[in-house]
Every structure is written in C-alpha cells, then in structure tokens.
Design a protein around this ligand. Structure first.
Ligand code: ADP
Length: 425
C-alpha cells in the first residue's frame, strides 16, 4: 500500500458501508499482497515451495484482517500490517536476504500504521520489522550477506523518519478536519435556527396579514358609505375621513403586498394565462393614473405601437404595470412628465415607463428589487412607500419568464423596461 492509497484507506475506513466492509481498505490490502507476489515473476532469487505456501497463508491473513475493519478497526489497523511484515519476512528470507529486493516491502505496513495507527502502534510495527529481519539470522536460518546490515539500517532510518513525519502530518490534518467539522456543525445549527426563524417570520406575516385584511375591508366599506353621504358631514369631518381613507388604503396595499409575497414564498403563485393585448393594459393603467397626474400637474403620455398579443396573467401583468406607472408619478415632482410606451424590440414586445423624477443613485440600483428596499432619494424626500412594489413586480415578471431592467440618473429621471414574448413565438 502506498502512502496515498493508505490515506485513502484511512479516509474510507471512517465510512463503513452498509455491507460492513469498506471496500477501499480491502482493495488496498489485496493490492499490496498481490504486489509482493508479482515481484516473484521478476528475475532474481526465489523462495522455496514451503516458504511460498507460508507467505500465501500470511497474505490471506492480511486480507482477512483488513476485512475485519468495520467490525474491529483496532485489530485490523495493527494485525493486517503485522501479518504483512511476517509475509515480507518469509519472502525476504526465501529470496536470500536483503539483496532479494523484498526488504522494501517492509515500508508498506509501516506507512499503513503511520497513517491509521498511534505512535505506540508504529513503534510496535518497527519492532516487528527488526524482529523479522534479525530473528532468522539469530536462529541461523538465514545468512546475512555482506552490507546487508548497513542497507537495512539505512532503510530503517528512512522508514522511521518518513513514518514519523507522515504521522505528524496526519495528526495535523485530523486536527484541522476536526476543527472544520466542528465549524460545519456550528454552521449547520445556525442555518437550522435561521430557517426556523424565517419560517416563524413568514408564519407571523401570513397570520397578521390575514387577520388585518378582514377588519380593513370592513373599515373601508363603512368609510365609503360615510364619505358618500356628503350632506350630513361638515367639511372638516369630510377632510378627516378622507385622511383616514387614504391611510386605510395604504394599509390595505401593504397587507395585499405581504399576502402576495407569502403566496409567492409558499410556491402558490398561480398564473391564469391568456392571450392579452399589452397596449390595452397600458391604456387602462394610464387612464387610471391620470387623475393623480393631473392633480400633480405631471404630463402623462402613452405611446403605443401596433404590437402582437402576449400570453400572460392579465391581472398580474396589470398589477406590474400599475406599480411602475404609480411609482413614476410618485417619484416625479410637480410639472414633470411620465411617458409610457409599448413597441417592438427585435422579436419581443418592449414595455417601458420613463419619468423625469428624482432618480435613484447608481450604487443602489442592484438592491432596487429587494424586499423593503427604498432608495435614499425617496427617503430623503419623505415620499412614503413600503419597498415591496418592485419586488412583487419583478416576481411577476419572473413568473412570465421575463425581467424588469432599470436605468436611472439621480435628479434626471428613471426608466423601467420589460420585454415580453409575443404570443405566436
Ligand atoms: P415603494 O415605492 O412602495 O417604496 P417599490 O418597491 O415600488 O416600493 O420601490 C422601491 C424603491 O425604488 C422606492 O422606494 C424608490 O426608492 C425606488 N423607485 C421605484 N420607482 C422609482 C422611480 N420611478 N423613480 C425613482 N425611484 C423609484
């Protein structure tokens, strides 16, 4: 097993498969055993039959111990490499000492222990290698060729330095991994809390909006009746009621906007699609806005080219256009002008609403369609609003596969544009 594959083994060992055996650990152990036996095919001295049989049995033990990983990782971690040391020792002696080339195999189990084991287990591994190297010579089973001890010492020192360094690196990596895991767990917990808060907020908005809508509708109804009966009210009372009416209207708009967003977030925005004449929608929007424009001495014009129909939800599209037109009037000073246009732009139908109003600072444009966002130009002038209209308009455009774009120059004016696909395309 190489350093890299052994680390992969360590990584995969933590993810126990449902079948019990982490396949990568097993594959690495099998590959390391197979590698030792493939070496026999190369030219050089070879072990006898008895030694081959013993090495094969030990090789099977290595794979068997590795297979124990899911059930007893402690045994697999140390027993598999120790069995490998024994197997390498048998092949080495059969091959006639260090010159056989099998001595390098001792590195593989040591690297394995360095990666997956403790410092004490690594020391045990080294002790096993020393015993495996020295014992056969001591009991006279094997003659050590000249220079073998020196090469063994070099190999041992290199292995010790390499394995200790490796173990240190693995330890640091594990510490970092633990820290990252702890941070990830913390973040996951915070995410969960945020999700819960978000749900609580949405639920709160939904309940409050629903609860407000019914009394508001009732108040508006009674106000209308009162205001119709001009004779029994003094001028002052009529004025007061008109103010109440205006503010109730604002509240009703806010409630409707909030309810729309709740519906949108719940994925319950349903479109009632039908072929629609956008020019007609614009004409209706400008007609409805004309009294406000006239009252504020704003020139409101509509320029409509002959355009094909588009497929859209008529009510929602009217809501979007009304919002753009009423905004244009709201954010334009008396004496200014608002131009509503519809025309062809390549293959699309282009709707635009331009005004000569207060404009929006360039650095605020990216946030313009965000919920509750209000440009500094609007708040500075004390123009009332909720900051929800454009978010809703953009959501409606998005539901129709389009987007609203905006160009604005502070104190010069603003232009909103929407491209719609013609019905036939
Ligand atoms: P509201 O108008 O209720 O505040 P909107 O979502 O419709 O909310 O608009 C968000 C903000 O975008 C407004 O508060 C205003 O600052 C800016 N805005 C929208 N339309 C215009 C416009 N035509 N001219 C200048 N500013 C605008």
């Amino acid at each position: 097993m190489t350093a890299m594959s052994a680390s992969a083994a360590a990584a995969s060992a933590t993810q126990t498969s449902p079948l019990g055996v982490p396949r990568r650990v097993l594959a690495i152990a099998s590959a390391a055993v197979a590698f030792a036996f493939v070496l026999l095919a190369l030219p050089g001295s070879h072990p006898g039959r008895g030694e081959l049989a013993a090495a094969a049995a030990l090789g099977i033990a290595v794979v068997g111990f590795a297979a124990l990983w899911p059930a007893s990782p402690g045994i697999a971690k140390i027993a598999a490499p120790l069995a490998y040391v024994a197997m390498a020792a048998v092949l080495l002696e059969g091959g006639g000492g260090t010159s056989s080339g099998f001595g390098g195999l001792f590195l593989l189990p040591l690297l394995w222990i360095a990666i997956v084991g403790s410092r004490a287990q690594l020391a045990l591994g080294f002790a096993a290698v020393v015993v495996a190297r020295v014992l056969p010579v001591l009991i006279g089973h094997s003659a050590s060729p000249p220079g073998a001890w020196r090469s063994s010492a070099v190999l041992g020192a290199v292995a010790a330095i390499g394995c200790i360094t490796m173990q240190q690196l693995v330890r640091v990596a594990r510490l970092r991994a633990d820290e990252l895991e702890a941070a990830a767990n913390r973040l996951a917990g915070q995410n969960e809390q945020l999700r819960e808060l978000e749900q609580a907020k949405d639920g709160f908005i939904a309940i409050v909006s629903h609860e407000l809508r019914t009394p508001l509708t009732s108040i508006m109804g009674y106000l209308e009746i009162l205001l119709e009966d001009e004779t029994s009210l003094t001028d002052e009372q009529q004025q007061f009621l008109a103010t109440v009416n205006r503010n109730v209207g604002r509240l009703a708009t806010l409630v409707n906007e909030l309810l729309f967003l709740v519906q949108l977030d719940a994925g319950r925005l349903e479109l009632d699609l039908a072929e629609t004449d956008v020019a007609l929608l614009l004409a209706e929007a400008t007609d409805a806005a004309r009294p406000v424009a006239d009252a504020r001495n704003i020139r409101l014009t509509l320029e409509a080219e002959d355009v094909p129909p588009t497929v859209c939800d008529r009510g929602r599209m009217a809501q979007l256009i009304d919002n753009l037109v009423s905004n244009a009037l709201k954010y334009t000073h008396e004496g200014g002008s608002v131009e509503v246009r519809v025309g062809r732009a390549d293959d699309a139908i282009a709707v635009s609403v331009s005004d000569t109003g207060i404009g929006i600072p360039a650095d605020e444009l990216p946030q313009l369609f965000g919920r509750f966002f209000r440009a500094s130009s609007a708040t500075r002038e004390g123009i009332p609003g909720t900051g929800l209209g454009l978010a809703i308009s953009q959501a409606i455009a998005g539901a129709h596969g389009s987007t609203i774009t905006v160009h604005s120059t502070p104190a010069r004016g603003t232009r909103f544009e929407l491209l719609l696909a013609p019905a036939s395309s």
